[in-house]
Design a binder for this molecule. Structure first.
Ligand code: ADP
Ligand code: ZN
Ligand code: ZN
Length: 729
């Protein structure tokens, strides 16, 4: 007897499998670890994933039900184990962990997406004879046979020449045509940005890096299997990844290349496609569900063996995985926000470990974690032989307050770009027109009714918008409290800089790139293409998106208007983030050309800004790692955050206090429990959080997981939502 142990796909924390089912002979070929089954469950039928196949059950056979059916495709066994590991590591449920590794489009309700098949039609010799000898044929039948010629056509193509299914079936019954059905691939559309497939000769630094990865792929004994590729912006890291992937392919193994957000790196993706063609599958959210499903299937069936995608691609069903590359490994997009709030970098490390793959993390601005734990390869120079751009720091504390958000020094540099017909990138890390709106007569400040934050003026849509919830209201003409028209805006966002620069630099085109302009499918690529192709130069204004991953040769200026904005977040990673943002943006300038960088800031001597201005990652990391060591922050400890929220402040406080108490009782040694501490309200929900700082990660994760499970099973949470974030960002 074959028993399938099935973990139900449900969101209820209290419902924990696996549950045993008896596999009937009719299904035995289709059931394996990773199969998705529809099973009877009490009075209902639900979906579940097979996590184990066994020969016997502890339950008597007559108590075991049989699955109703197996769905079209399931997950590879290796990934089932990884999904369950993620569930444990991030204090989530098996069902949520498994959901990460299932074919795209699988939900509790089933598989919304399936393969698309097409009927292919070809003429038989009898058909050819009939056509030639002028046999008895209807007009439509003749049309179809003629269209077929001596080739094969799909039903879609036949339809365009007037064929229809009924006629084809009639011909088939007469033996004049043969049909078979095949799966058709819904391929991702060609990207708006293209790249050539040319293969530059690697420089000696690149050669050294590739040789080290190759040694690891070849399984040489003393080769490190986890590498940090630390290369300045423009040093040619992508070429190293490509060479490494080709090496893995030559060994018959597969590879995964993670990029922060695929929409933000169309150029890198285009380069991979140009070089590796159909062996690549793309997995990202900009695909239609059908395209995603087909790309996933191509990987699982071995038709493609390299996957390029964002953090979720760490779960791509690449068989015999030899290499995982994480490009821009410093990027916080690798950390998810859902449940499980997994970090793709941690998962990649685990997956590489489990299947003996080599892990390569590349960046110009490594995280302290990677700096101290990975074996380093350096690319200290730009691949085009150019120098790093000169960085000028503009101290905004001394600037004339009436001068507006763009300093005269920056304006002068932009004027030069305009007169020379070159390109400039301007970063201001806030979207909208202005972040504060206040009445000067009565002092009324426009805040969100649901969240404890200011409403942001959006001129373009004519609304005041909350950036934390969906709230939006028309821009007022006068104060809603006192009727005065003395409304005053403060601060600046992307819209304001866009209109200010457009007015000053006309006719130079000024393009804006932020989540508002890039909201529709493909818009991001179109904006970047418009910027790259503008014949007489252009300016690109936007949020952090403008600083990421693209490579345009004649950008001669990049400017950051509010470089210390990210420093003001109360977060131990603020310095690290600011350093990365400034360095990355600076790196966009001066590729193939002399370049300039201007950094406007209120904190010119902050280590992150001063080191970024000198392109000195090593110096920055030395100081930052020392600071972390003194404060006992990661990587010298691990953090776990328990987030609680409720519409009811009273209930929330009680629950948060209880959670804090239980965590203190259950904590392992070397662990501090901080809080509960209040956080600002979002979407009408009050929030509290408890922070766990520990030297014993596994024990602390287990303790927190047990605490949450106990709360769920006691049903003690009532109106309070709880979430666990391991390694919060
Ligand atoms: P990074 O990812 O390190 O920022 P890229 O891989 O985007 O750098 O490379 C920057 C530019 O240098 C690209 O235009 C790339 O084609 C070019 N390049 C890379 N390696 C070489 C090389 N060995 N010789 C000449 N050009 C190169
Ligand atoms: Zn007022
Ligand atoms: Zn809000």
């Amino acid at each position: 007897m074959t028993i399938a142990r099935v973990e139900p796909l449900t969101t209820a924390r209290a419902l924990r499998g696996p549950f045993d089912y008896r596999v009937p002979p009719r299904l035995s070929d289709e059931v394996d670890v990773g199969s998705i089954l529809r099973v009877p469950f009490g009075p209902r039928r639900i979906l579940g994933v097979v996590v184990e196949v066994a020969g016997a059950s502890e339950l008597p056979p007559e108590r075991l039900a049989e699955p109703v059916e197996a769905l079209e495709s399931g997950a590879p066994p290796e990934l089932v184990q990884l999904g369950l590991w993620v569930a444990r590591e991030y204090c989530s449920t098996p069902s949520r962990g498994l959901a990460l590794v299932l074919p795209p489009g699988t939900g509790a309700a089933g598989q919304r997406v399936k393969s698309r098949t097409e009927l292919r039609v070809s003429i038989t010799s009898a058909g050819a004879d009939a056509l030639e000898s002028g046999g008895r044929l209807g007009a439509r039948q003749r049309l179809v046979l003629e269209a077929l010629g001596d080739g094969e056509l799909g039903m879609g193509e036949l339809a365009t020449s007037g064929g229809d299914l009924a006629t084809v079936r009639r011909l088939e019954r007469r033996g004049l045509v043969a049909t078979h059905s095949t799966r058709v691939r819904r391929g991702p559309a060609a990207p708006a940005i293209s790249a050539g497939g040319e293969r530059p000769r690697l420089n000696p630094d690149q050669e050294t890096a590739v040789a080290r990865i190759a040694a690891a792929l070849d399984g040489e004994e003393d080769a490190s299997r986890r590498l940090l590729l630390h290369g300045v912006t423009g040093s040619g890291k992508t070429e190293v990844y490509l060479a490494a992937v080709e090496r893995a392919l030559a060994q018959g193994r597969g590879a995964i290349v993670l990029v922060p957000e695929i929409g933000l790196t169309p150029q890198a993706v285009a380069r991979f496609r140009a070089r590796l063609g159909d062996r690549i599958a793309l997995l990202h959210s900009d695909l239609t569900p059908g395209e995603r499903y087909d790309e996933w299937r191509r990987l699982r069936d071995g038709e493609a063996s390299v996957c390029v995608g964002p953090r979720s691609a760490v779960f791509a069903p690449v068989g015999d995985l030899g290499l995982i590359v994480i490009d821009e490994e410093h990027d916080s997009a690798y950390k998810g926000e859902g449940d499980p709030a997994y970090d793709a970098r941690t998962v990649a490390r685990e997956r590489a470990e489990r299947c003996g793959a080599v892990l390569v993390c590349g960046t110009a601005t490594p995280r302290p974690e990677s700096w101290i734990s990975l074996s380093r390869s350096e690319l200290p120079r730009r691949a085009d032989g150019g120098g790093m751009p000169a960085v000028r720091i503009v101290d905004m504390r001394e600037a004339d307050r009436r001068g507006g958000p763009v300093h005269p020094v920056t304006l002068a540099a932009l004027d030069r770009v305009a007169s020379e017909g070159k390109r400039a990138i301007v970063l201001i890390n806030r979207r909208g027109f202005a972040p504060w709106l206040t009445c000067r007569s009565c002092g009324h400040h426009y805040g969100c009714p649901n969240c404890d934050v200011s409403l942001i003026t959006h001129r373009h849509s004519g609304n005041l918008v909350c950036h934390h919830c969906a709230h939006s209201e028309p821009l007022p003409g006068s104060c809603g409290e006192c009727g005065s028209v003395t409304l005053s805006r403060a601060g600046a966002g992307t819209e304001q800089i866009e209109s200010l620069l457009a007015a000053r630099l006309a006719p130079l085109p000024v393009l804006r790139l932020d989540t508002d302009t890039a909201a529709t499918r493909g818009a991001h690529g179109r904006i970047l293409a418009a910027f790259a192709d503008a014949p007489r130069g252009a300016v690109l204004v936007g949020t952090q998106m403008v600083g990421k991953g693209h490579d345009f040769p004649d950008v001669t200026l990049s400017a950051i208007l509010d470089a210390d904005a990210t420093l003001r977040f109360p977060d131990f990673r603020a310095e690290e983030r600011t350093f990365a943002m400034v360095t990355q943006l600076a790196g966009r300038s001066g590729r193939g050309n002399a370049g300039d960088v201007v950094v406007q800031t209120l904190a010119p001597s902050a280590p992150s800004i001063a080191h970024a201005a000198r392109h000195d990652a090593q110096g920055f990391l030395a100081g930052e790692i020392e600071r972390r060591r003194e404060l006992g922050y990661p990587p010298f400890s691990h953090l776990i955050r328990v987030n609680l929220s409720s519409e009811e402040a009273g209930r929330l406080d009680e629950t948060a206090a209880m959670v804090g108490r239980r965590l203190r009782e259950g904590a392992p040694g070397e662990t501090d429990i901080l809080g509960p501490a209040p956080m600002f309200r979002v979407r009408g929900r009050h929030r509290r959080r408890v922070l766990i700082k520990t030297g014993r990660r596994a024990d602390a994760v287990a303790a927190v997981g047990a605490m949450v499970e106990r709360l769920a099973s006691e049903r003690g949470l009532k109106d309070v939502a709880i979430g666990v974030d391991v390694d919060p960002q």
